[in-house]
Design a protein. Structure first.
Lengths: 597, 690
């Protein structure tokens, strides 16, 4: 890969950390309820909302009540989105005159946005009215992200509090996350994106006269092009900041109206990782030990950076089969080189590969290139990043609470090796926490494996495949990995609007969100009740480089061990077949794997 | 410390019994308690069925011989794990047998009234009930646990403690408890029985070491849950491989779906069988190591808590200092020669049989070569120590020599109208400040000087405390001394803190205070007044010489009655936890190599290109799968000694321990299986397996 590519990635990471640190500290003050400038400005609004809703700001909820409030709120949101889609044809702000969305796609989309997955079974500008987008999807983009942040805030309180029953109030956490974090950031980002040319309008479509008339598939002359427009910038801002990822347009961030320039691309990548990275600092600030936050951030970076380089490197290297045919795939002043299939020329190899890693490390799922067209290794990375449970940055809030669940497991196993029953941040890790942390890790993985297994053997699962053989398997595996881990990106090549995939992936999204979030809240409740064990020379230190290694090891070992067999049958065998073809020894395998014959 | 012979790890009799037990334990109702090994057993049974099917119909999914080989390996995996547990239990059982020999029925002499002279009735010991009073005379076995109500006797308690030197038991005080099965060597005792048959200390000890009432400890339960979770994940990862490979075959149009035998083999290799198989053995072995150290823990929970302890409350006397104070210096008053002081001090101590008195005589001899003199020949009149006067001495040739505590002598001297020189008072204060006890010597109304009695801190104890500090354990000295003395000794011994003028209430309050702050507290005690503190402490070690109340309140009994042993107890607890963690890490890390062995083998027919993952260059899919399962079974056997003995423990701070153990068991766990599986593969190939 080129030096230019390395520089771009390093600059991106530097900007990310530089912005995340102050934002993290600010969010820490928001969750602690400490006065900040935002609270002075928006405080009356916050208090007004509580009065309107009849919420007491100082209410303390036990974890079960917290979870119940959260579930009810999310259920209400999902029902609203479902309803909006089913009756959008009779509602206003539908300039394109789009009809009702099918029940299975409506279900999938409602679940998808409530769970912060934003998987697109729908087609954006061709399925959803502006009203559905703004009132349904954009609202969910905010509150599903705020829900994740609220759960994280509750978990951190579990560590900080001593012998306490309460873990905070869901309503307060939800309101503050939205009002003080997501709204201001979205406003700033939306304006920046508009300045780069992202569209923001309520008008329906624009029609452009073609300079050069052409012939359509039906043989008729085409002289006009219809350009879909809409309030994109406002939705794109929160889709990235809230790790949602659901595009305004079907082509998502590959669409020139959604992501027109290299600058908008850079800003959007930053926005994707900004809050998940900043929350690590928030964690450090709230547990009153900044090093604890750094450890988690470094562990995430230690997994993310090499994998990002693998993707970009693999894409830049191009296809070995083409190389053997004498095709020049080197980057030069005149060509991007590498594997440019399915990539936007305005982003090139580096920004497409990096985006793929960023969007799957975070549970964002917006795409600016076709992951299906990546090289096998380049496509393996995004898939694996999701399969790790979306804990490398992950969703806003959800990524860090997932990572903390892994930290609990890491502490539990290695804590024993120092001759003490394990403790993390002064709290004893006992059977209940281990049980819940195991659920957090087990259930999304189970949903991916079982979902893929069913899809492999039922005709409704194999029929919509765009490619046969190992690559087709990768497409299915990718879809379920994306759904169950609430990522929402698509490999492509698989038609997912049918009843089977819309329902199966919908169920996986529910499992991956709520069966993770509820155990996490249970951990929060259990930890809050415990005493704090004072740290001493015999305590396992969780603020050291060694613990970074340990945490990374745990995530990789569990993630790798769970998915290596499945990956072996998908991208790994594809990769081996590609490179094996060079030696000529396995040409039979190549045709078998690639063409399915 | 212990007079027990340490048992060899593999004693023939225990091994024989363990082999039989390993088969008995195959009962699924017992196996279900261990989810990991239960899965292996189900897998073993399943592959056996596959083998029978293949052998009978001749149309198996794989060659019958291969299925049989895999099946046998799996059965051995289960048996090896059972064997490990049986070995650990066997060592306890052997210990219990020794104890049981002490619990024979004897004929007891039941007394009608709690007096020695009361009427005696012969009863079988098994029929004695709580409250009965018995007479035990020289040569008799004590028929049951009890409290001495009358008499003094020397008792041989070696049956319980292994300590051959007899101990004194007497009524009243802290040495009144006797244990059934021990033998009175001289004199007689009247004993009130305090435990019904079947509930005696001996009975409880037997059930404890046998592990009959063994319950999983909290940490063991938590680890079990984690292992069950991992097992579920791997179960899913392997079971779903079947549909995946069915798709691959239909799509690639060649090969055949992965065989069930290989899937079961893969599953068993991936689930944490090593730790799953050895987990209970580690716990039992932890109890066993306590027993080897002559400590009986009343529950595995207590052993586990011992590893967590971060505050040790240690009695000064006996633990930190030698039991007795010793004279270390003669400090004459102004105008008195040292010789005069030594002479007077020696005279007043010649008849003093207390250790302090004897140490004065010894020091006098060492200082001035003063020999012992026959006081009777000199016609001396002894003045014994009384609680009222608080001094002792001798009247000889008109000389009235007295020695005693400062207060007592001051009172004595001032009572005669004299005064104590200021210089002497200063010396007294200095001595106190140094942590020593001043003993003032006076002749008539004249103060001759001061004898410094010093608490001798045990050799090596300071290093031991430094060690404790390094592993994060705080040591607190408990003493009845005044704060000045206590501070000096605390400084000399190197403890972190001390509690002076300690009362049982103060001790209890201190423990509660530490616990409130989240600490786990360990302490030793023997007296009845220690009982509340013992009951409150997280790890409470009562001395076997202690009272019944103390033993009831504690959760461990030290048969050697050696208070210093608390330090070893903490180490054993830590070692047990570390062994668990190390083997869990090792077990999980092993999986990496097993993947590289089995995945290419399983899909060799469908995707030959996966052969690139065959890093070890294993001979064939058959040998690859077999090598992995054989390794998986053998590693359990190979690690049994480690599980029973515990991993090496060196006191070090947590980061150092973590780094070392991660390197050895984490990295080692990743690397080791590669060469091992390769060697097994070479062996199989050499044997003609293809």
């Amino acid at each position: 890969m080129s030096a230019n590519g390395v520089v771009q990635i390093v600059v991106f990471l530097g900007a990310l950390v530089a912005l995340a640190a102050p934002l993290g500290g600010y969010m820490g003050r928001v969750f602690a309820g400490e006065a900040s400038w935002a609270q002075r400005v928006l405080g009356p609004l916050e208090r007004g909302m509580y009065r309107l809703a009849g919420v007491r700001a100082d209410e303390e909820m036990g974890w079960k009540r917290y979870a119940a409030a959260l579930l009810l709120f999310n259920l209400a949101g999902a029902l609203a989105v479902y309803g909006l889609q089913r009756v959008q044809q009779v509602l206003p702000v539908n300039p394109a005159g789009l009809g009702a969305v099918s029940p299975e796609v409506s279900f999938n989309t409602a679940v998808s946005f409530a769970t912060n997955t934003n998987w697109q079974a729908y087609g954006g500008e061709t399925t959803l009215s502006h009203l559905t987008q703004m009132l349904g999807l954009t609202v969910q983009n905010f509150v599903s992200a705020a829900t994740g942040m609220a759960v994280l805030a509750a978990l951190i309180r579990g560590f900080v509090r001593r012998t306490s029953e309460g873990i905070g109030s869901f309503w307060v956490d939800l309101t503050r996350s939205t009002l003080y974090v997501l709204l201001p950031l979205s406003l700033v980002l939306a304006l920046a994106l508009v300045s780069e040319g992202v569209v923001q309008t309520l008008s329906g479509q624009a029609t452009a006269q073609l300079l050069d008339a052409t012939t359509g598939a039906d043989g008729k002359a085409v002289t006009q092009q219809v350009l879909a427009l809409g309030p994109a910038a406002s939705q794109v801002a929160i889709k990235q900041l809230g790790t949602n990822g659901g595009g305004f347009f079907n082509a998502n961030s590959a669409h020139p109206f959604e992501n027109p320039t290299a600058v908008s691309n850079f800003l959007q990548m930053l926005a994707i990782l900004l809050i998940p990275a900043a929350l690590c600092f928030t964690f450090g600030a709230l547990v009153k030990d900044r090093r604890q936050g750094w450890v988690v951030l470094l562990a995430m970076l230690a997994i993310f950076v090499p994998l990002a380089f693998v993707t970009v490197g693999a894409e830049q290297a191009g296809n070995p089969v083409l190389a053997s045919l004498g095709v020049d795939q080197a980057a030069s002043a005149l060509q991007a080189g590498g594997n440019m299939e399915g990539k936007e020329v305005r982003f090139g190899i580096v920004n497409s590969g990096l985006w793929a890693a960023v969007t799957t490390a975070a549970s964002n799922g917006s795409v600016n290139a076709m992951h299906d067209s990546f090289t096998p290794l380049g496509g393996l990375v995004p898939m694996w990043l999701m399969q790790l449970g979306e804990v490398v940055f992950g969703g806003v809030g959800s990524g860090l609470y997932g990572m903390i669940a892994y930290a609990i497991v890491a502490v539990f196993v290695s804590g024993l090796m120092v001759g003490r029953t394990p403790e993390y941040l002064g709290k004893k890790i006992e059977a209940f926490e281990v049980k819940m942390a195991s659920l957090v890790i087990l259930l999304p993985a189970a949903a991916v494996l079982i979902g893929t297994a069913i899809a492999c053997v039922v005709p409704v699962g194999t029929a919509p495949l765009g490619n046969p053989g190992a690559h087709g398997f990768s497409e299915v595996l990718y879809a379920f990995s994306s759904g169950a881990n609430n990522n929402g990106s698509a490999f492509g090549g698989l038609t997912v609007s049918g009843v089977f995939y819309a329902t199966a992936i919908g169920v996986c999204m529910l499992v991956g969100r709520y069966w993770v979030l509820i155990p996490v809240l249970a951990i929060a409740g259990s930890l809050a009740r415990k005493k704090v064990v004072p740290a001493g020379a015999g305590t396992l230190p969780t603020h050291t480089p060694l613990f970074v290694v340990l945490l990374v090891g745990t995530v990789l070992l569990v993630g790798a061990l769970t998915f290596v067999p499945a990956l072996a049958l998908g991208p790994i065998v594809e990769h081996l077949a590609l490179s094996g073809a060079l030696s000529g020894a396995l040409s039979g395998a190549l045709s078998g794997a690639l063409s399915g014959q | 410390m212990s007079t027990h012979q340490a048992r060899p790890l593999f004693e023939a009799a225990i091994v024989r019994r363990a082999i039989i037990d390993a088969f008995v334990k195959l009962d699924p109702r017992r196996m279900i308690r261990n989810p990991v090994m239960f899965v292996v057993e189900v897998g073993s049974a399943f592959t056996t069925a596959l083998f029978v099917h293949a052998a009978v119909t001749g149309k198996g999914e794989a060659p019958a011989g291969f299925i049989l080989a895999v099946s046998l390996c799996l059965w051995f995996t289960v048996l090896f794990a059972n064997f490990a547990e049986a070995m650990a239990e066997g060592r306890g059982k052997a210990q219990a047998d020794t104890l049981r020999k002490a619990r024979k029925d004897v004929t007891a002499k039941r007394l009608a009234e709690p007096r020695r002279e009361a009427a005696v009735e012969a009863v079988v010991s098994a029929r004695l009930r709580q409250g009965d009073v018995v007479l035990v005379e020289a040569g008799d076995l004590i028929p049951g646990d009890g409290e001495v109500v009358e008499g003094v006797a020397s008792v041989d308690e070696s049956a319980i403690t292994g300590e051959s030197a007899p101990v004194i038991r007497e009524s009243g005080g802290d040495r009144s408890a006797v244990t059934g099965g021990t033998r009175v060597l001289s004199d007689w005792l009247v004993v009130r029985i305090t435990a019904n048959p079947g509930e005696t200390f001996l009975d409880r000890m037997i059930s404890m070491v046998e592990g009959a009432k063994r319950q999983k400890t909290p940490n063991e339960i938590a680890l079990d849950i984690l292992l069950a979770g991992l097992t579920l994940i791997f179960l899913l990862a392997t079971v779903t491989l079947l549909p995946y490979s069915m798709y691959a075959v239909s799509s690639a149009g060649r090969g055949s779906p992965v065989s069930l035998t290989v899937l079961v083999a893969l599953l068993v290799c991936l689930i944490p069988t090593t730790i799953g198989g050895l987990l209970s053995a580690i716990g039992i072995a932890g109890m066993d190591r306590m027993i080897q150290a002559n400590v009986i823990a009343t529950s595995g929970r207590a052993v586990e808590a011992a590893g967590d302890v971060d505050v040790l409350l240690l009695d000064k006397t006996g633990t930190i200092t030698l039991g007795n104070r010793q004279a270390t210096a003669f400090l004459p008053a102004p105008g008195v020669t040292e010789a005069a002081l030594v002479d007077a001090a020696q005279l007043s101590s010649l008849a003093d049989e207390t250790p302090e008195g004897r140490s004065i005589v010894v020091l006098a001899k060492k200082k001035l070569g003063l020999r012992g003199r026959d006081l009777h020949a000199l016609g001396a009149k002894l003045v014994p120590f009384t609680a009222q006067t608080r001094m002792s001495g001798v009247d000889l040739d008109g000389r009235r020599i007295r020695k005693g505590s400062t207060d007592a002598i001051v009172r004595y001297v001032e009572g005669q109208g004299a005064t104590v020189p200021a210089e002497v008072r200063r010396v007294v204060e200095d001595v106190s400040k140094k942590g020593s006890t001043p003993l003032v010597v006076a002749e008539g109304s004249r103060v001759l000087g001061v004898v410094e009695l010093k608490d001798i801190v045990k050799g090596g104890i300071q290093e031991r405390f430094a060690e404790m500090r390094r592993i994060g354990i705080r040591t607190v000295m408990i003493t009845g001394d005044n704060p000045l003395t206590a501070a000096a000794i605390a400084a000399e011994a190197g403890v972190d803190d001390f509690l002076a003028e300690a009362t049982p209430e103060a001790k209890l309050a201190m423990i509660r205070d530490y616990q409130q702050k989240g600490h786990l507290v360990a302490m030793t005690g023997d007296g009845t007044n220690d009982a509340p503190a013992l009951a409150q402490a997280d790890v409470a070690v009562s001395m076997n010489t202690g009272t019944q109340a103390a033993k009831e309140a504690g959760n461990m009994v030290d048969l050697d009655s050696n208070p210093t042993k608390l330090l070893s107890i903490v180490e054993i607890g830590k070692q047990m936890l570390m062994t668990r963690g190390a083997l869990t890490t090792f077990s999980t890390a092993n999986d990496v190599a097993k993947y590289f062995a089995i995945i290419p083998a399983a899909f060799a027919a469908t995707y030959p290109s996966l052969g690139a993952l065959n890093l070890m260059g294993l001979h064939s899919p058959t040998t690859a799968v077999l090598s992995a399962v054989i390794f998986n079974a053998l590693i359990i056997i190979a690690l049994i000694p480690l599980a029973l003995r515990g991993i090496r423990y060196r006191p070090a701070p947590a980061p150092v321990l973590l780094r070392r153990n991660l390197l050895v068991y984490g990295l080692g766990g990743v690397v080791l299986p590669f060469p091992c599986i390769k060697v097994i593969d070479l062996g199989l190939t050499a044997m003609g397996v293809s």
